[in-house]
Design a binder for this molecule. Structure first.
Ligand SMILES: Cc1ncc(C[n+]2csc(CCOP(=O)(O)OP(=O)(O)O)c2C)c(N)n1
Length: 631
């Protein structure tokens, strides 16, 4: 580790350095991130892109009294490292280690917990208003938001609100031209245009730098800006500046990799009242060549060689079974080839969910709508209202954003939208902000909708096929987990699955294991390990949470006096609850146990560690059965 960084245990240590030493600290911080993340995987390119900004922010602002709110938070590794977590950083994203995202409970420097995009300006505005109400006039509040996160509606709701309120708030727009995949849409184009516009460069040169030369970006600049608001505003309005239209003062674009210049700029902005937006141009992956070139892959690359950038892939046993994500992507292309009504919609996750396969094959039938889950759902509803069949793929956790749209725009009108909920269940290292554990519960309470979860990739393929058939022209949700399935030979001819029909996978007499989705894989293995203990367990994979297979449930409750439901979603209101409701309503009196995610937030760790913690892996299920039968 570099000699400067090793002495930085808090921002106070950073502040002891001279301005001239800051580029050196940036180099060391960058090297540290490369060393650590190449060996202990996590988000990568985004943190490299904000190294200079991170150093400048903590150098200029009085953190933790001043509040920094990082949008999404995947870019905050540098922030964590210089705010007392350098040593702990080797536990980043590990079970019981520090979180990969800012988290209030982890550090006083983490002003706000994040993980989902586009929340920073709202939260920062809340804090700025609170500071005003509490008469804390000297408190600065800064939101740092990427151009990707800026495509989310919430960011604009907050800009709209903040501009009207005149609160002291600085929004830093970290514009690297990328989300995970290349950024899309009108805002993206607008930002590109302003960063290239001569008028803005002239503004920067004449007004900003010119004044800076006079007084080092100090008091005179501020006085000038305050006195000449009108003139400056006019200069900007000539260009119809979007942020000025929200009553923000716009500054930029500025090179986000010039740390000394950033310090000067931030120092000036600190004392200018009202809502301000500083537009920085940065490069995602800055300083690591492969990450600069291949920005999507190096968003979160896994373990890699820190010299060559070679990625040691393997979060998946490729030889045995493909990822659910690849199965989704390939199946969507196959179905789209057969049915020209099918279109694909993703809110900014084409690579993550593998819809990029459809983008490559049929770009006119695939839509990346930006980080805009609510819009993605209602946009899909519009397509469906005109007789197309949208496959709207949204990660389970991000679908939480679009709950009203599912109800109001899709289900109420009984439109034929196929929701593919990726990353269902415990996702692992991303932790509680990203676990997809609520969807079964939140989907099953909605009328009209089919709620399904395949146990393996063949089932996923067949459910996708089933969902687009004309006879199933209604809202249809298919949730599946991250990672690999279990079947090497999944690509068989499509087979229709009857909606609301489950299946019996094993006969048994001592207990019935009733599962949904991938939990069936663990239960299946548990049945075998129970056999060795001379316990005879039946196993039913229900496939559908809604409509439930009532015939199969009748069989289960008639044959079994002990029933265990297993799901990788929340127990409250989930699949087990549905089975329990059925049991009570139909007068059955079996002893029933509901296994699933308990009523608390599950932290981060490997999926195996977390499934074990919740007792829903093979070992946990086996243990529960043995104990229960022994009671
Ligand atoms: C609501 C929501 N949808 C999707 C994501 C997944 N996601 C994480 S980072 C990211 C891209 C963010 O782009 P940007 O804000 O520009 O930051 P950058 O990575 O480019 O620094 C996306 C889509 C998310 N975190 N939250």
């Amino acid at each position: 580790m570099g000699r400067l960084l090793e002495k930085i245990d808090s921002p106070a240590d950073l502040k002891r350095l001279t301005l001239e030493e800051l580029p050196g600290v940036c180099n060391e911080l960058r090297d540290f991130i490369i060393d650590e993340v190449s060996a202990n995987p996590g988000h990568f390119g985004a943190s490299l892109g904000v190294v200079e900004l991170t150093i400048a922010l903590h150098y200029v602002f009085n953190t933790p009294y001043d509040k920094l709110i990082w949008d999404v938070g995947h870019q905050a590794y540098g922030h964590k490292i210089i705010t007392g977590r350098r040593e702990k950083f080797r536990t980043n994203r590990k079970y019981k280690g520090i979180s990969g995202f800012p988290k209030i409970l982890e550090s006083e420097y983490d002003a706000f917990g994040v993980g989902h995009a586009s929340t920073s300006i709202s939260a920062a505005l809340g804090m700025a208003v609170a500071a005003k109400l509490k008469n804390e006039k000297d408190r600065n509040v800064v939101a740092i938001i990427g151009d990707g996160a800026m495509t989310g509606g919430m960011a604009f709701e907050a800009l709209n609100n903040a501009g009207a309120g005149k609160s002291n708030l600085l929004v830093i727009l970290n514009d690297n031209n990328m989300a995970i995949d290349p950024n899309v849409g009108g805002i993206h184009q607008y930002l590109l245009n302003i960063s290239k516009s001569n008028a803005y460069n002239r503004f920067k040169k004449d007004v900003w730098e010119g004044l800076g030369k006079l007084d080092g970006f100090g008091r005179k600049t501020r006085d000038f800006l305050q006195k000449n608001q009108h003139a400056i505003k006019n200069l900007i309005l000539e260009e119809n500046n979007l942020f000025e239209a929200f009553d923000f003062r716009y500054f930029g674009p500025v090179d986000g990799h010039d740390v000394k210049y950033l310090v000067k700029v931030l120092d000036d902005l600190k004392n200018i009242p009202g809502p301000k937006l500083l537009h920085l141009i940065t490069k995602k992956g800055k300083g690591f060549k492969m990450a600069e070139i291949n920005q999507t892959t190096f968003h979160s690359p896994g373990v890699f060689d820190k010299k060559t950038g070679e990625i040691y892939s393997c979060d998946c046993n490729v030889k045995k079974a493909p990822k659910f994500q690849s199965v989704f992507g390939e199946t969507l292309v196959e179905l789209a080839e057969q049915n020209d009504k099918i279109v694909g919609i993703t809110p900014a996750m084409p690579t993550g969910c593998s819809m990029n396969l459809l983008f490559n094959k049929m770009p006119h039938r695939a839509f990346d709508v930006g980080i805009a889950e609510q819009h993605a759902v209602t946009f899909s509803a519009g397509l469906a209202a005109q007789d197309l069949i949208p496959f709207c793929n949204i990660y389970s956790t991000f679908m939480q954003r679009a709950y009203d749209q599912i109800i109001h725009d899709v289900a109420l009108q009984n439109l034929h939208v196929v929701f593919c909920l990726d990353r269902g269940g415990l996702v692992g290292e991303d932790g509680p902000t990203h676990h997809g554990v609520f969807d079964i519960a939140y989907m099953r309470s909605i009328p009209n909708i089919v709620v399904s979860a395949p146990m393996d990739e063949t089932e996923l393929r067949n459910l996708m096929y089933t969902a687009q058939l004309p006879e199933n022209a209604r809202p249809f949700s298919i949730r599946y987990p991250r990672g690999c399935g279990i079947k090497p030979n999944w690509k068989k001819p499509f087979k229709k699955i009857e909606v609301g029909k489950g299946r019996k996978l094993a006969d048994g007499s001592d207990v019935a294991l009733v599962t949904i989705g991938k939990s069936g894989v663990y239960a299946n293995r548990a049945v075998k390990s129970l056999e060795k203990k001379e316990i005879s367990a039946a196993h039913y994979d229900m496939r559908f949470v809604k409509p439930l297979d009532t015939e199969l449930l009748k069989e289960i409750f008639e044959k079994h006096s002990k029933v265990i439901t297993i799901e990788d979603g929340v127990i409250q209101g989930g699949f087990g609850s549905a089975v329990l409701e059925f049991m009570v309503e139909n007068g059955y009196t079996a002893k029933i146990k509901l296994l699933g995610i308990p009523d608390r937030f599950i932290e981060h760790g490997t999926p195996e560690e977390l499934y074990c913690e919740c007792g829903i892996d093979t070992h946990g299920i086996t243990k529960t059965v043995v104990k229960w039968l022994g009671e």
